[in-house]
Design a protein around this ligand. Structure first.
Ligand code: FMN
Length: 337
């Protein structure tokens, strides 16, 4: 659908937020192209790449072949997340991302708490939010795509409303809030009261993130004034959580279908990482594959040793060969092998 010249249509985020559903979180080491593809196929509103260093992109080493940014064939509705702390570097990186990676929008990481890589970026920006506002302005000057930011509540105490209002004034199209401070890392529980306060304090859409593991929890969180919820760890080995929230179909696939999807994940992995980056084998998937089949602990050992999709097929043969279709909604169908 086109818009007349000079009239801009709704941005990417506004148009996607017209639909029901949830967002796949950026997760370094997880939300790569194969995971994003499976989530998108199940109806994720959009997906977010693993964070990419703006300096890396501008330093000359990274190219359009960079696996962290490269889309899978036909990928749509994928947000690219950048990490950095310098305006010129981020503006340049935005231009490269747009030229190379076909992003739907670009997100600024303001939440990474890992000391080794945070430098002055990531969650450090929560201590110097004025810098973040400058970064957002610089990023916006480099693209017509939506620019968003993903924050934690603060560095060691909650200043999320102040930061969100500053980001809104700097022109972000959307803010995602992970309801923990940087000091908390991933401990304790996400503070959805704090997320709700941010959602009430700004006009731009707010996406809430933290500890959503089931459709029921997602629906409860959606009532907290957020435009959408984001799901990270709860989507590992469980792309169907997006189908449940997009369509209301909560039927948990039986073990046969989950095994087929685990195998497909492995096949997508082999197809996407067809180069020599060390992801050629399935090593990174060893932590993921057992999560498709929590009700089959007997497969855990063999799934954590696979090297190829053929290994996965062999490991899952007992489940791939049989079919049980009558899983009750929300229930794991345990196959009796
Ligand atoms: C392994 C892992 C990697 C993550 N990497 C990123 C990242 O690259 N960028 C980011 O903004 N957040 C990252 N996060 C935070 C998640 O996006 C999310 O906000 C957080 O995990 C809470 O949501 P959850 O409970 O649904 O997982 C990461 C989280 C985990 C567990």
């Amino acid at each position: 659908m086109g818009y007349p010249d000079g009239v801009s249509g709704p941005g990417f985020y506004q148009s996607r937020l017209q639909r029901p559903g949830a967002v796949l979180a950026p997760m370094a080491g997880y939300s790569d192209a194969p995971m994003r593809q499976l989530a998108a196929e199940q109806g994720a509103l959009w997906t977010v790449s693993e964070m990419i260093s703006a300096r890396g992109l501008m330093g000359g080493g990274d190219t359009e072949k960079l696996n962290l940014g490269r889309p899978y064939p036909g990928e749509q509705d994928r947000v690219v997340q950048l990490f950095g702390a310098e305006s010129e570097v981020l503006a340049g990186a935005v231009a490269r991302v747009e030229a190379w990676f076909a992003p739907a929008a670009i997100d600024l990481n303001m939440g990474c708490p890992v000391p080794k890589i945070r430098g002055r970026g990531g969650a450090c920006l929560l201590q110097t939010p004025e810098t973040a506002y400058e970064l957002v302005r610089a990023m916006r000057s480099a693209t017509t795509l939506d620019v968003s930011a993903k924050i934690r509540m603060g560095w060691d105490h909650d200043r999320s409303v102040e930061v969100a209002q500053g980001l809104e004034a700097a022109g972000v199209a959307l803010i995602t809030v992970h309801g923990r401070t940087s000091a908390q890392r991933y401990t304790g529980e996400a503070d959805w009261d704090a997320i709700a306060r941010v959602a009430a304090a700004v006009r731009v859409p707010v996406v809430g993130s933290g500890d959503i593991t089931t459709p029921a929890v997602a629906r409860e969180r959606q009532r907290r004034g957020v435009a959408a919820v984001m799901i990270g760890r709860g989507a590992v080995g469980n792309p169907w959580i997006f189908r449940a929230l997009a369509t209301g179909d909560e039927a948990r696939p039986d073990a046969h279908e989950r095994a087929r999807t685990a195998l497909r994940h492995a096949e997508l992995q082999e197809q996407f990482y067809d180069d020599d980056t060390g992801r050629l084998t399935l090593r990174p998937l060893r932590k993921v594959l057992p999560q498709y089949l929590p009700d089959h602990p007997e497969l855990r050992d063999v799934l954590t040793q696979v090297l190829t999709a053929a290994d996965v097929r062999r490991a899952l043969a007992p489940l791939l060969g049989e079919r049980r279709t009558h899983a009750a909604p929300g229930e794991y169908a345990v196959s009796h092998s």
